[in-house]
Design a protein around this ligand. Sequence first.
Ligand SMILES: Nc1nc2c(c(=O)[nH]1)N[C@H]1C(S)=C(S)[C@@H](COP(=O)(O)O)O[C@H]1N2
Ligand SMILES: [Mo]
Length: 389
Amino acid sequence: MTKQTTRRDMIKGSVAFAGMGVLGLPEWAFPTLTEDQTVVRFTDLPDEIVLARTPDRRIIDIRDIDGAITPSDQFFTTQHYGHPEIDTAAYRLQVSGLVDQPLSLSLADLRGMTSRELVFGFECSGNRGPVNGLSGNGRWRGVPLRAVLERAGVQADAREFVFFGADRGEEEVEFRGRPYTVEQQYGRSIQRDQALSDEPLLAYSLNDEPLSTHQGRPLRLLMPGWYGAPNVKWLSEIHVREEPYLGKYQARWYRTLKGEMINGEMKWVETAITKMQLKSFVARVTRESDGQHNVFGVVMHDGTPLRSVEVQVDDGPWQPATLDPATFSEKYGWKFFNYTWDGATPGEHTVTSRATDANGNVQATAADLEAKLTFLEHSLQLGRTLVIE
Ligand SMILES: Nc1nc2c(c(=O)[nH]1)N[C@H]1C(S)=C(S)[C@@H](COP(=O)(O)O)O[C@H]1N2
Ligand SMILES: [Mo]
């Protein structure tokens, strides 16, 4: 039986919708669901996604996406060592290593510096269909990383910038064939040109409120256009050094593996994940009052301008979708698209979307990946199944 969800059901019990107006988003940024519109049930998704909704892990239900900005209390959260509680009054950000002047900055020091707003949507590199719940889009505010680094004075031999979180846990590390258990902090690194570029932000607020514990209170790094893992939460220290940092979550997790022809020979190249791969997914299909259907979906990408999003029903031709102008103005935000599906016939159907960027890169299929010998399958085109009554 198809579960008919009306707009009232979708927003009932959700403080999120009431909170939207507070953010001052334009009305037309919202999917316009009325009382006579019904959400078509997906057969590849359970009606209730209860999966992983534990206190320190939260995912969104993509069928409920109700505006360009994900409300703070719904933003997904995932991490390795739980949520450290930090006393914000005693908090200090340490900047150490190859700098002229090591720093110890309070939250007040950081808030006293010139700040910048960033609309940035990202996903965990483990985010995949059919659920795709480890994704969201936020309006962040903070201090450009470069301003803090300039204050510290980066030395000429500095190459590697390591960001440590306050969260820690025991990890088994193999060294000369023997396992050792050592306590580690979550750490990720970026290189000099990345650290000194305009882009990285040390964010202290999300959607005009101080960061919640879930999102890294009181401070996190944000790398616009990159996957979630480098966006280090509960940031406690920036350590500037010369040698590459090879911590567990930099060197052993969050990697890509790709076969590359180098000098006429196939070489397997492993790199740390950085920029998001071009991806789109169908989030919701609704039946309109006039009997037509609307396909609504999301694009996640690295900020490269998009050329198109297309939708395919079953084995039919790819048809252009309409890109939502409210979301397309933000370079690093997630983007929305809509497609009017005329004459949907009763029965089972598959609906697929694909995005293409301005450089002509097309969202990959499983066959493309096989041809390119790349193991990063979570951004592939995904057919979504549903039944039209
Ligand atoms: N300190 C710290 N930061 C972290 C992590 C972590 O385990 N510890 N996990 C990373 C990963 S893998 C992801 S996907 C994002 C999730 O960010 P969110 O919880 O704000 O959605 O945080 C990143 N930052
Ligand atoms: Mo992640």
